[in-house]
Design a protein around this ligand. Structure first.
Ligand code: NFS
Ligand code: SF4
Length: 665
């Protein structure tokens, strides 16, 4: 392609900083996922037919006008194949989050046994809270003994063959009864994953409903198992988040400092790097190489973890990986696990950037591998940082740099959300429930999931965020959705003043919070389960998670993890709306099960809806219907009851001061 032609080519991201860098990249012949998305037309199978490759009689492609009447060689119908395929998505997603949770549990065990000396248990209160939930005695016992028992009991959640995952009992009774009634109580994470693979192999379960119930059981093992274990242990080890200021966008890199990115999901190494970059010897070493200092930034969910706890800036979500390297300013691009595009190595080759893989589960040809080991965590972190510093003088080729960045407030753990509604001694969910009942807040949406190069990437998140808050819907956001919103300045209290409906604005003003609460990484979607359970226990709305005026939306989802998350929300009683073409559209039966049948049984659902306006309408419709079923005041913008806003002013002062509150655990 001639350079002139390349210049005219548009990168279809909806993020202005990303577009300016990507378009520069096009002129330089540097490819990104956006270019590959243009070249690689999406295979229509899924929404116009089904493909099964579970055995070597196939692959069997059921396509064409009569796909619905076709069968694979074994006799599997289109609905069987569609149900099997999406069940495997749920299993793989659970495996990813489950392995993350397992790694965190083993780290906690190593810390308790004194084998991982660089880590400490930072939140002993939370350890005791979790111990209490697990019926582990904690009073008067040494902290490490309690931690060992907690880690051991949670590790059992992975290997248990019979019985139930521990945290299921945190759910409202009625929610648990629905799981029992439909036989979807998960036993152990690994058992459900194995059973999903077994059931979906050739010659096994052919009944779509039965298969999809297993998908739900498998997904619940993620939501109330793997992911929740990860969130809880991460808080225990690194501290429960509270509101903290940070910055977002590709403009966070500094021309005169060593820039290091931590990308991926498991925060153990990243936490150590956070410590190491402020060590005087490291800073002196950076200066000896001509840099003014060391600048640490995050990407994807590792970014969310260190942002929530340390205010480390985020360079963005999934589609920002390549443009970040194209700035030419990154000296080390350190990755741990999940959502790491192998393509970053190709982009890095055009610059001086060193891609460093750190997990034995993630190796990429062409990357430097420095194996993480929690037993020598800080030494390994120092090795990574030193590699970055040594690479700083190699920065020669100029990339395309932007300077635009936005302030944000993140760090809304469920503990803090409870605290902000009444302080340490009066903390409860009563004010939130009252504000919803009175119509001040119309409902709550969990805005989550990936940013996708097949969309105007990040654009659907931004559209929905703005429209929802205009409609007085409080948003809790996680994962790359938080990065999409943070990267345009949406995660600030000012956003409420300028864009929220009158009721939501009043609530946000009373506490000084943004209308979009950044709850953390994708594993922290489990904080939403905890919040919803607390709202049910508080009374005044639904007495189970199902039936709340609450919806989950993953407008630009990409990964199998997203499907697993959508399904554990659906099984727990939250209708979910996913963007893009449906991967099961060709099967009317599977589509009906995911929506109508699941709604009838669990009050949750999984919709696929490519049109952003229809997504919004569907979400508001679910919220309004839930309000009507709960006999709450009909929502009308600007007209709400006269309940007092009981939110605590002390919380607001603490956000302003940036002081650490004493969370009322
Ligand atoms: Ni979630 Fe986090 Fe982003 Fe999608 Fe990937 S980073 S676990 S999967 S792409 S939101
Ligand atoms: Fe074809 Fe059945 Fe084998 Fe699938 S399992 S590839 S449908 S024969």
């Amino acid at each position: 392609m001639a350079n002139e032609e390349k210049k005219g080519k548009k990168a279809h991201s909806d993020s202005t900083p990303a577009v300016s860098i990507l378009e520069w990249g096009i002129t330089q012949g540097i490819e990104s996922c956006f270019d590959r998305a243009d070249k690689m037309k999406p295979c229509p199978i899924g929404h116009v037919g089904a493909c099964c490759k579970m055995c070597h009689m196939g692959p069997c492609r059921l396509v064409g006008k009569n796909a619905d009447e076709m069968q694979g060689i074994c006799g599997a119908t289109l609905s069987t194949i569609a149900a099997r395929n999406i069940t495997r998505f749920a299993a793989a997603g659970t495996a990813a989050h489950g392995d993350h949770g397992r790694d965190m549990a083993f780290t906690l065990l190593a810390v308790a046994n004194g084998e991982a000396k660089d880590f400490q248990i930072k939140d002993v209160r939370k350890l005791y809270k979790v111990a209490g939930d697990l019926d582990i005695e904690f009073e008067g016992r040494p902290v490490n003994d309690v931690a060992r028992d907690v880690a051991t009991k949670l590790i059992e959640d992975f290997s248990r063959q019979k019985g139930e995952i521990n945290f299921l009992k945190r759910a409202p009774k009625k929610t648990q009864e629905r799981w029992k009634k439909w036989g979807i109580v998960p036993r152990g994470v690994d058992r459900e994953n194995t059973e999903s693979l077994d059931r979906t192999t050739m010659g096994m379960d052919a009944d779509p409903d039965s298969l999809l119930l297993q998908a739900l059981r498998n997904a619940l093992a993620n939501g109330w198992g793997g992911s929740m274990i990860s969130t809880e242990i991460t808080d225990i080890l690194f501290g429960t988040p509270f509101p903290i200021k940070a910055e977002a966008s590709l403009g966070i890199f500094k021309e005169d400092e060593v820039n290091i990115i931590v990308h991926g999901h498991e925060p153990s190494l990243a936490e150590m790097i956070v410590d190491v970059v402020s060590e005087p010897e490291m800073i002196a070493y950076a200066k000896s190489k001509g840099a003014k200092g060391i600048n640490l930034g995050g990407m994807c969910c590792t970014a969310n973890e260190v942002l929530m706890r340390h205010g480390i800036a985020t360079a963005g979500g999934f589609t920002n990986q390549e443009p970040a390297i194209m700035t030419g300013l990154i000296d080390a691009f350190t990755v741990d696990v999940q959502c790491i595009m192998p393509a970053i190595v190709d982009v890095a080759k055009k610059f001086h950037t060193k891609v460093i893989t750190t997990s034995d589960k993630v190796k990429i040809p062409g990357a430097l591998h420095i194996q993480f080991d929690e037993h020598h965590a800080k030494d390994i972190a120092r090795q990574v940082v030193k590699t970055a510093i040594d690479n700083y003088p190699n920065r020669t080729k100029k990339g395309s740099h932007v300077t635009e960045k936005f302030p944000l407030i993140g760090g809304f753990s469920h503990e803090y959300i409870e605290y902000m509604q009444g302080g340490r001694f009066r903390g409860s969910f009563r004010p939130l429930n009252d504000a919803i009942a009175a119509g001040r807040i119309r409902g709550v949406v969990g805005l989550a999931g990936c940013d996708n190069p097949r969309f105007p990437s990040t654009g659907v998140h931004k559209y929905l965020a703005k429209e929802l808050i205009k409609n007085d819907v409080l948003i809790v956001s996680t994962g790359c959705s938080s990065a999409a919103c943070g990267g345009v300045g949406y995660l600030t209290p000012e956003m409420a003043l300028e864009n929220a409906g009158p009721g939501l604005r009043e609530v946000c003003e009373a506490i000084g919070i943004p209308p979009i609460l950044h709850l953390g990484a994708c594993v922290d979607n489990t904080r939403i389960l905890t919040i919803a359970s607390a709202m049910a226990a508080e009374g005044g709305l639904s007495d189970e998670i199902g039936g709340m005026p609450a919806v989950g939306i993953a407008p630009e989802w990409i990964t199998e993890k997203a499907v697993s998350i959508g399904m554990y929300f659906a099984a727990s009683g939250v209708p979910c709306i996913f963007g893009g073409e449906s991967p099961v559209e060709a099967s009317k039966e599977v589509t009906r099960i995911l929506t109508e049948v699941w709604f009838e049984r669990f009050k949750g659902a999984l919709h696929f809806e490519p049109d952003p306006e229809k997504m919004l309408a569907l979400a508001l419709d679910y919220i309004d219907k839930a309000r009507a079923a709960l006999k709450l005041k009909k929502y009308e913008s600007g007209k709400f009851g006269t309940e007092r806003v009981l939110m605590d002013m002390a919380a607001r002062r603490e956000i302003e001061k940036g002081a650490k509150p004493h969370l009322g655990l």
